[in-house]
Write a protein that binds this ligand. Structure first.
Ligand code: ARG
Length: 286
């Protein structure tokens, strides 16, 4: 097996203005209060775990009035030095887009926008899988937050094949709650979140899926961050932990309970900055 080619540099945003101030997914409850000190401790713990695993961490400054900016996975899609900012479905998060676009432009990225009328919530709904010997495919989730039609537009902008997968369980409202690429053969997969066609797409793409039970998926097990062979996970069910260890991975449980109150886990709190979507090389023209 070959380790992922990405996942050594991440963007994070500190929880200075984080809270559950509205309800845009089934986990968010307005009456629930976030403990800000605990949220900071947990976020610091995640950043320390990323560094400990060998990743570099870049920090997007927090911003008042956009509490979900902490979930940098939703900032957009990175492809080399190209950045496609998200178009958020809900007005509550739409104020994040100019902040993200400005940060990436300042860092020297080329910022390419989706057509205005298409919703897509970035790496939260789009994760690359590169099978051994093949080109990268971007798996793109749609229904609750992103439009199916965004897949075609993303394929054009990114120059990479995009496979749309319909999300069907509103508790697993982003792709990154259902899918976590581990290497060039394996991924954590939560079929609870996908329609029948989506399941066949994943089965055709991933040679050795680790299928998550429904309760494992609903505990955000797939919302994990892979750094080489280290996997930072909101929850490590013992069955899943044993399988990952048998494959040579080191699963590490990182408590992020304050963020689960907003419906986000470890992956949501990070955005990989070192993704390069490499199309398949056609052997007849190479
Ligand atoms: N409260 C945020 C929202 O509902 C959580 C985002 C989680 N992000 C993710 N990549 N799954 O938009």
């Amino acid at each position: 097996m070959a380790e992922l080619s990405w996942g050594r540099r991440f963007l994070v945003c500190p929880p200075e203005h984080f809270g559950v101030l509205y309800e845009i997914n089934p986990w968010m409850r307005h009456e629930v209060t976030v403990d800000p000190d605990e949220a900071h401790r947990q976020w610091d713990g995640l950043v320390a775990a990323l560094r400990q695993a060998g990743a570099e961490v870049e920090v997007l400054p927090a911003h008042p009035e956009v509490p979900d900016l902490v979930f940098t996975a939703n900032a957009g899609i990175v492809n080399g030095r190209q950045f496609v900012p998200s178009h958020f479905r809900f007005p509550e998060r739409q104020g994040e887009t100019p902040i993200n676009a400005a940060w990436f432009a300042e860092q020297g990225f080329t910022v390419d926008r989706l057509p205005e009328h298409l919703d897509h919530e970035g790496a939260g709904d789009a994760l690359p899988f590169t099978p051994a010997g093949g080109g990268t495919v971007l798996v793109s989730g749609y229904s609750f937050r992103s439009d199916a039609a965004a897949s075609g537009a993303l394929g054009d902008l990114l120059g990479c094949p995009v496979r749309p997968v319909q999300l069907v369980d509103e508790r697993l409202y982003h792709l990154d709650l259902t899918f976590c690429p581990l290497d060039d053969r394996r991924a954590l997969c939560a079929p609870l979140g996908w329609d029948r066609y989506g399941r066949t797409v994943i089965e055709a793409l991933v040679p050795e899926p680790l299928w998550l039970e429904d309760e494992e998926a609903l505990a955000f097990t797939a919302n994990s961050v892979v750094v080489g062979t280290t996997i930072l996970m909101p929850h490590v069910p013992s069955r899943v932990g044993r399988q990952l260890e048998a494959w040579g991975f080191t699963p590490v449980e990182v408590p992020i309970g304050e963020f689960l109150k907003a419906g986000g886990g470890c992956r949501c709190l990070t955005l990989a900055l070192d993704v390069v979507l490499t199309p398949a090389v056609d052997p007849t023209t190479a």
